[in-house]
Design a protein around this ligand. Structure first.
Ligand code: BES
Ligand code: ZN
Ligand code: ZN
Length: 504
């Protein structure tokens, strides 16, 4: 997509469609709408207060033949001005882009409003447009006459025209974030017959080569040598070899041996049948997205490699396929984890924590992580607790929890902090081993996190349970149904934020 910046009167921009945001309470006479009201005499008053109330979701298309150089004017409800933020701007931009693309619009202009911070606004708009246009139909033959938006123009208000360079930087950042999110979505959308653990490793490696990241893949034999008994057990029922993927980013002029080192660890179950504790058939197909945490890690590493923040970051993906077979691990089995702890398997469907515990311990012991974030579609229980709006956030270190919460808020991804008191650990005691992999039927997300916590020792760590937010069941105005790429933006923001505080 070609992106231009327009600093002249938006009414003189020749484009297929021009989008203007409208806040609640605004009228055609409001200062920033008045120029369009003047250009289209009598038209806006007929729709304001009826079709256009400025509510989020409102979108009116006006076909115009005079007054504007654009062929269409999109009026886009933006909600209450006080509540308007970068997340809303991203979502509304995505909505406009999706509507425009459906109408065959190939060039789109978006008018920034006076009170937008130019850089972040440009980021939000580009992020929204590119993630909004994403088509998850990876294997559907494209329509012969299919078009998409190929030219986007950001129209700055007169008070912003000095900020053109800032807007450019914001544009670049928005493109980087959106491409990373879409990359993660593609990985999650890929079915498990295509995206095996080995294929996931190949895609991570290909990305690393393009972006100049170091990439190491550990296969079954290497992991056996290393003693990763938990990760390997999950994968042992499958013909597909499990893989531990490591992507390393080091800023220029820094070997990463000193200072902060962030590890980002993702659950990469390319398909979760439940194993011997097999899942019911309903919606089992969706379990191809059980590698969404790993996908977010790979996507975020791509963005970090492009943005180049001054902080060392390692991404790890614990990839395996959870299958029932004569070689599967079974309930009652005792596993020897990389960390040294023994684990009693109660349920083979609680496999995410088993692959993660070896990756977490590796990140801490060998990777020298000073801070760890993990992302995992870990529990159905988090969907019971928080639905599909917010990811569950749990952790050990209050300051680091606060950092991740701040990063998520700034990135426009919603999380909710759940407790992780000592007492929950009572539920994880085994009669035969150091720990078991299942609690009782209560607090499932917390006991799962509690299990992980046993493997991060005293390293500040935050766990994001993204089971509810990684997948969208139906199309939204701003986002296609299917994988969401949740977590990519938060991780990138966190890395940048930690780099900035480290510098000060
Ligand atoms: N991958 C699932 C969690 C999940 C469920 C993700 C629904 C997305 C949507 C995980 O491996 C799992 O099976 N969890 C079990 C845990 C139980 C056995 C303790 C669950 O949530 O039912
Ligand atoms: Zn499972
Ligand atoms: Zn799973």
């Amino acid at each position: 997509m070609n992106v231009d910046i327009w600093t002249r009167d938006a009414r003189t921009l020749a484009t297929d469609a021009l989008a203007v945001f409208v806040f609640e309470e605004e009228t055609p006479a409001s200062p920033e709408l008045a120029p369009f009201d003047t250009a289209l005499p009598g038209l806006l008053p007929t729709i304001f207060g009826t079709e256009m109330r400025g509510k989020v979701g409102d979108l009116v298309t006006l076909h115009v033949t005079s007054g504007l150089e654009a062929k269409r004017l999109f009026l886009v409800g933006a909600g209450a001005r006080e509540k308007f933020d970068d997340r809303t701007l991203r979502q509304r931009s995505a909505q406009v882009a999706r509507v425009a693309a459906k109408k065959g619009v190939t060039s789109l202009g978006i008018v920034l409003r006076d009170h937008f911070a130019p850089g972040p606004a440009a980021t939000a708009i580009l992020d929204g447009v590119i993630t909004g246009l994403y088509d998850p139909a990876l294997y559907r033959k494209p329509k012969e006459d299919a078009t998409t938006i190929t030219a986007l123009t950001l129209c700055l208000t007169p008070s912003m025209s000095a900020a053109e360079a800032t807007v450019r930087q914001g544009v670049d950042r928005g493109i980087i974030l959106a491409e990373a999110v879409n990359f993660a979505r593609t990985l999650a959308q890929e079915p498990s017959n295509k995206l095996t653990p080995a294929e996931m490793a190949r895609r991570a490696q290909a990305m690393a080569e393009c972006e100049g990241l170091a990439c190491t893949i550990f296969n079954r034999d290497q992991m056996a040598e290393m003693g990763m008994g938990a990760l390997l057990a999950v994968g042992q029922g499958s013909a597909q070899e499990p893989q531990l993927i490591r992507l390393s980013y080091r800023p220029a002029g820094m070997n990463g041996d000193q200072g902060v080192r962030l590890a980002v660890v993702g659950k990469g179950i390319t398909f979760d049948t439940g194993g011997i504790c097999i899942k019911p058939r309903d919606a089992m197909w969706e379990m191809k997205y059980d590698m969404s945490g790993g996908a977010a890690v790979i996507g975020a590493m791509q963005a970090i490699a492009r943005i180049k923040p001054p902080i060392a970051v390692d991404g790890y993906v614990a990839a395996a396929e959870n299958m029932p077979s004569s070689t599967s691990y079974k309930p009652g089995d005792v596993l020897h984890s990389y960390d040294g702890k023994t684990i009693e398997v109660i349920d083979t469907d609680a496999e995410g924590r088993l692959v993660l515990c070896d990756a977490l311990a590796y990140a801490r012991k060998d990777g020298g992580a000073t801070h760890i974030v993990d992302l995992a579609t870990l529990t159905g229980a988090v969907m019971v607790a928080l639905g599909q709006e917010r990811a569950g956030l749990m952790g050990t270190d209050p300051a680091f929890i606060e950092s991740v919460k701040q990063a998520a808020a700034a990135a426009g991804e919603k999380v909710w902090h759940l407790p992780l008191d000592e007492e929950y650990g009572e539920l994880m005691k085994s009669d035969i081993a150091d720990i078991k992999n299942l609690g009782n039927r209560y607090a499932g997300s917390i006991t799962a996190a509690w299990f992980l916590r046993e493997f991060v020792a005293d390293v500040p760590w935050v766990h994001l349970d993204i089971a509810g937010v990684a997948w969208l069941d139906g199309d939204k105005p701003d986002l296609a149904k299917g994988p969401t790429g949740f977590g990519v933006r938060t991780v990138v923001q966190l890395a940048e934020q930690m780099a900035a505080t480290q510098m000060n």
